[in-house]
Design a protein around this ligand. Structure first.
Ligand SMILES: Cc1cc2nc3c(=O)[nH]c(=O)nc-3n(C[C@H](O)[C@H](O)[C@H](O)COP(=O)(O)O)c2cc1C
Length: 195
């Protein structure tokens, strides 16, 4: 592959959100598998391969959002509870086709530090994010506070030493969705110091 092709491919990745997704549209299961297979090519120290995914698709996705909304209700102090937020979470199932809970499975030998396991999972997520556009899938990585609660850990049946690192919220683009201009990042020259 030419570097220009790879560069364009990376530059063209973008997060798109639930209001840009077609309501009621469902991503084909094969395409979800194609994305998940990309994740499996991520690097990991000592090849611990700590990425794990819980996929909520079709009916289980509807249940997931109902459960997520209820979890919000149960874990939020009354004075902070917002009924609109509850409804917003529950309604996400109308446009989001598939939720993938991003999980880190701690290596049983604990041969590398936890942060390295998390970095490896983030690399796996980037592989997924890069694969979305060529498959016609849109979405984003979401990290609501609830993802990091003990209640969510129990819900996802994770061990104590494992971690939920958020959710991939995936869908199909609304019919006629225009090209959304790429957000410009600050120039790399501002972020590099040469020695
Ligand atoms: C670790 C991580 C956590 C994120 N969490 C959220 C989130 O909770 N909610 C959200 O709307 N977007 C979240 N995003 C997506 C960002 O909003 C998105 O990457 C940002 O707007 C830049 O747009 P781009 O991905 O198109 O470059 C997250 C992204 C990363 C990498």
């Amino acid at each position: 592959m030419q570097i220009e092709t790879l560069t364009n491919f990376i530059i063209n990745r973008q997060s798109l959100f639930s209001n840009q997704m077609e309501e009621g549209a469902s991503i084909e299961k094969d395409l979800i598998w194609s994305l998940l297979k990309l994740a499996n090519y991520a690097p990991s120290h000592r090849r611990t391969q700590p990425w794990r995914f819980r996929v909520f698709h079709e009916e289980s996705k509807n249940i997931f959002f109902t459960d997520l909304a209820n979890l919000y209700k149960e874990t939020t102090k009354i004075e902070l509870y917002d009924e609109n937020k509850y409804k917003k979470i529950a309604n996400k199932s109308t446009s989001i086709s598939t939720v993938i809970a991003i999980c880190m499975k701690r290596c049983s030998k604990e041969s590398v530090p936890v942060f390295e396991e998390e970095y490896a999972v983030a690399c796996a997520v980037q592989n997924i994010l890069l694969g979305m556009k060529p498959l016609g899938i849109i979405g984003y990585w979401s990290t609501p506070k609830m993802a990091f609660t003990s209640e969510m850990k129990a819900y996802l049946e994770l061990n104590k030493e494992d971690k939920c690192m958020g959710f991939l919220q995936l869908g199909l683009p609304k019919q006629g969705l225009p090209e959304i201009p790429q957000k410009e990042n600050d120039p790399i020259e501002l972020k590099v110091t040469w020695h």
